[in-house]
Design a protein around this ligand. Sequence first.
Ligand SMILES: *Cc1c(COP(=O)(O)O)cnc(C)c1O
Length: 458
Amino acid sequence: MDTLDIAFAEARRFLNSLGTRPVAARGTADEMRLPLPAQFPERGMPANDVVRAIAAAAEPGLTGNAGGRFFAWVKGGALPSALAADILCSAWDQNAVLASTSPAGAVLEEVAGRFLLDALRLPTDASYAFVTGCQMAHATALAAARHAVLEQKGWDVEAKGLQGAPAIRVLANAHHHSSVTRALRLLGLGSDCIVPLSGDRPGLVGPEVLRAALAEAPDAPTIVILNAGDLNIGACDDFSTLCPIAQAAGAWVHVDGAFGLWANASPRLSALVAGVERADSWATDGHKWLNTPYDCGMAITRHASAHIAAMRMTAAYLTNGGPVRDPMDFTPEWSRRARAIPALAALMELGRDGLAAMIERCCDHAAAIYDGICKLEGATGIARPTMNQGLVRFDAKDGANISDAVIASINASGEAFLSGGSWNGERVMRISVCGWNTNANDVARTVAAARHALSDMR
Ligand SMILES: *Cc1c(COP(=O)(O)O)cnc(C)c1O
C-alpha cells in the first residue's frame, strides 16, 4: 500500500465506525502518546509507518463530531463532497494567496463567494473573505469597520494606528460571543470599549436601549454588534429595526452569525433573521452549519473598499491586481490553504433546496430531542428551540440541579455527546444540532440515553 492508501483506509475505518463508536473520546493522554516516538527521532521513519503511528495515536482521542449524535457546543460534520474536496486541497497544496500563485484557488474562491452571498441572501456586490473561523471573520470584518468609522473622523488607522485616534466605542449585544471580545483585543480596541446592550426580551437588544446608548456619545466613532443566533437559545436581534437606528447615527453594524446566519438560507426560517441583509458586515462559519471540514469561516462586508483598505498589502515581489480577485486583498493571512474549495463543494452538493432542507432538518431534530427529553421525569424545558439550539435543566428528587451530572452520564454512555452552560444563573444542558447526517434514529438514541442517565440518578 502506498502512503495515501493507508490514509484513505484509516479515514474510511473511522467514518464507518461513527455509528457504533462512543461519541466521546475515550483514551488517556498516555494511550495517545504510546504509538509515537518518545523523543524527536534522530533518524526519520518510513512514511507509511508514520501515518500508521499517527492514526494509532489519534484513534483513542478522536471525538465523534463527524457523526450524527454530537450536540455539544456548535459543531457540524463534513458533507461527503466537502471532505473529498478538502483532501484534494491538501494534495494540490495550492497557496491561495494571489491569483498568480494559484489560478485555481483564486477562481474557485470567486465562485464559492458568489454562491455564498446568494445562499445567504446577502447583497450580491458584498465583499468576502474565507478565513480560519468565525473568530478571524470577526477580526477581519471589524478591521474593516474600524477603518470606516475612523475614516469618517479623518483618521487613517492603517497608517497611524490607534495611538492618538478618536476612541471607538462598541455597542454589543450583552450576549455576544467571547470571540467578538478577542477580535476587539486583537484589533487594539480592547475589551473595555464594549458597552453591553440588553432589552426586555432574553438575549436581544432593545431599540430604546440602542437609541439611548447611541445618544450618549453622538460623535464617537461607533460599531454596533448584533447576534444572528446566540449560542444558548439561538436568539436573533431585530435587524429590521436596529440596523436603521444604528446606521442613521453613523454607526457600522456587524452581525455575529456564526451559525444563525444560515437561517436566512431557509424560506421557513428566514423570518428569524429578517432584515439581517441590512447590516454592514457579517461573520459566519462553514465548519458549523454548512458542514465543511475545519477550518472555514467567512467574513462578509457591504463595503468592499473599507474591507480592502483594512487588508490589502503591496510588495515588490507580489503580482496582485489582475483580472481575477486576489484572495489576500481580503484576508489577514498571507500564505493560505484554498479553504474556499470545500465550501464550494458543500454549496454545490446541497444547492438552494438541499441547503434549506439541511438547515430545517437540524432545527426539527433539535426540537424533537428537546421535546423527547422534556417528557422525562426530572427534566424541565428552559428554552424550546426556535432555531437549532435549546436548553433543558435536570433536577434530582430533592430539587437539586443535576444538569452537569446528567450531561456527564450521557457522555459517558457513548451514545450521544452534549455540553452545559449557564442561563439566568442556573446550570443547564445545551442541545445544538448542526450535523448534516443526524437522523430520527440518532434523536431516539439521544433521548434514550438521557432517560437512562436520569433513571440512574434519581
Ligand atoms: C462558534 C461561534 C463563534 C466562534 O467561531 P469559530 O469558528 O469557533 O471561530 C462565534 N460566535 C458564535 C455565536 C459561535 O457559535
